[in-house]
Design a protein around this ligand. Sequence first.
Ligand SMILES: Cc1cc2nc3c(=O)[nH]c(=O)nc-3n(C[C@H](O)[C@H](O)[C@H](O)COP(=O)(O)O)c2cc1C
Length: 361
Amino acid sequence: MRSVMPADPLSDLSLDEIEARAVPLLDPGVLAYYAGGAGEERTVADNRAAWGRRRPVPRVLTGTGTASTRGELLGAPLELPVLAAPTALHAIAHPGGEAATARACAAAGTVMVLSMMGSARPAAIARAAPEGRRWLQLYVLRDRGATDALVDEAVAHGFEALVVTVDTPIMGMRPREERSPFALPPGVEQPVVGDAAARTGVAPERFFADLVDPALGWDDLEALVARAPLPVLVKGIHHPDDARRAVDAGAAGVIVSNHGGRQLDGVPATADLLGPAVAAVGGRVPVLVDGGIRRGIDVCVALALGADAVLVGRPVLYGLAAGGQAGVEAVLDRLRRELAGALVLLGCGDLAAARGITLWS
Ligand SMILES: Cc1cc2nc3c(=O)[nH]c(=O)nc-3n(C[C@H](O)[C@H](O)[C@H](O)COP(=O)(O)O)c2cc1C
């Protein structure tokens, strides 16, 4: 007799359905923090809509019956061109926290980008998923010594790259968050923020007000790249001239991002910003993009517009809330299957072929 394994309840769900499972499980303040954006959330909505405004046109009779989602990024293999974006505080989604996310990313063969505002420190992520690929996101602090100490920890624990976020000189105004504040539950910490605050005698809650350098310039980026023992990707690029300038400053990659619509409401969707940024970079370094990517076909559109890979933020948090490590695995596996299927139907056997997809817009 054949034994039938019980179906994983999340494995057949779309990212929207996984989000719907997560929402009732989250504290209202945490949900407002995760889901919310700046202002009236026009950019949050447009990030998502803009992928759908571009329609990839299938090519037929290409002899393509299967597609590979495998590629390479910064010289190392990637099973899926979808990375986990840096997002703060995974432990308020699920007790497994960033360690669970790191294990799920390792299982999917993709990179986890750990936020410096995370509820785990770099060393803990390395312990949780030693075989996984990991990058560290940082905000440049006024206290450059604190920034350097964090970079040293990342290097010591096998992080491959730094992601410097440059779109947050101040926090965006987020009415949903302001209306529903939440307190960190007992036992949840932000160890890296805590260390930096302790070094300078500043309260950790004043991270953006007092610790992050709000007046960062291109010279600071150049100095950071020159000092950094790891490749530096610049996250939060909107304008094509800034994309070019980041590469001139030594960036090893550019991430087109409006912070998931959480900074300035009314800025363009990232699908609209991507093409000009790709043209400005001119193939010198990889270009990544995030914001509103929820379907395999969105990934196809990003690849067709010239992205080398994409990142997803909120879907990882919802996967984590809905099912811990298995929930994040379900999110990444769903995107992998949707992407592979879409590639076949578009007549592309691999990611390189996706660059040639015609977009009907
Ligand atoms: C709850 C939350 C926390 C975030 N924290 C950070 C962070 O600490 N550092 C950072 O660079 N970006 C942060 N982001 C932005 C993400 O890295 C990413 O740009 C964005 O979520 C992508 O949009 P998506 O959520 O629609 O996929 C955060 C986003 C969310 C939703």
